[in-house]
Design a binder for this molecule. Structure first.
Ligand SMILES: CC(C)(COP(=O)(O)OP(=O)(O)OC[C@H]1O[C@@H](n2cnc3c(N)ncnc32)[C@H](O)[C@@H]1OP(=O)(O)O)[C@@H](O)C(=O)NCCC(=O)NCCS
Length: 218
């Protein structure tokens, strides 16, 4: 399903269950050697997905290790993003010559705890969520907002190496198009000759999940 919200230059693979046997590289094994089984499973399955997706771009299997602040280190010449939540894992990758950065996120389609919403949203966003909830009540817009911000961060961090706070980006949903715009409230990165002050992307609500994707460019 994630492919529906990504441009055609992106190769993506997803899994709704964990395959029985996934082989990790020794360097990857050592990252999760002491992790709980749930973490080992999500780590392995999402890398299995990533290697399938990279293979579609002609990239041979290689370890995908966490780098600075947990950002995955993709093979040279590629960019990508991964996410995992209960019942879902996905990896999305592209050649750097086609895209500058990718961020994907998936979450259970459930209401976001009120204290979390307060922490991750701006007053204007909460007003927008109230309007959207009145028009399209079957969607947990608060969860979608959270997921958009996680996707933004995953696209932002690899190209800036900087933290971005939840209050430093303002999301606007374009509900009729299943799209969103995100205005950066801090100076955006200068990449490939332009300043990126706005990130855009698409979202999907299906199978009890919300999924969001940001690509630069969109
Ligand atoms: C890093 C973060 C976005 C991960 O999201 P999450 O919902 O907790 O977890 P997900 O399963 O969706 O994603 C985990 C994957 O994100 C990727 N990731 C982790 N840190 C990352 C970073 N700094 N940059 C890019 N990708 C990162 C990794 O691939 C990780 O999987 P792995 O550990 O198996 O390699 C989140 O934990 C976080 O720190 N958020 C705070 C920052 C933020 O979102 N700011 C909002 C700006 S508007």
């Amino acid at each position: 399903m994630i492919e529906e919200i990504l441009p055609p230059v992106v190769a993506a693979e997803e899994a709704f269950t964990d395959p029985q046997q996934v082989t990790l590289f020794a360097e990857e094994e050592s990252v999760v050697a002491r992790a709980v089984p749930k973490r080992r499973r999500e780590f392995a399955t999402v890398r299995h997905c990533a290697r399938i997706a990279l293979g579609r771009l002609g990239v041979p299997p290689a370890p995908i290790l966490p780098g600075q602040r947990g950002a995955p280190r993709w093979p040279d010449g590629t960019v990508g993003s991964m996410t995992h939540c209960t019942g879902y894992r996905t990896a999305a990758v592209a050649l750097r010559r086609d895209l500058i950065s990718i961020g994907v996120d998936a979450e259970p389609h459930e209401v976001l705890p009120a204290d979390v919403l307060e922490r991750v949203s701006l007053p204007a966003e909460r007003l927008m969520l109230a309007r959207l909830t009145a028009t399209v009540p079957e969607v947990y817009w608060d969860r979608l907002l959270f997921s958009v911000k996680e996707s933004v961060y995953k696209a932002w961090y690899p190209v800036t190496g900087r933290w971005l706070d939840f209050t430093e980006a303002e999301v606007t949903f374009e509900e009729s198009e299943s799209r969103f715009r995100v205005a950066l409230l801090v100076p955006g990165p200068v990449l490939d000759g332009r300043q990126w002050q706005e990130f855009t992307g698409r979202y999907l609500v299906r199978h009890g999940l919300v999924a969001t994707a940001v690509t630069l460019p969109d």
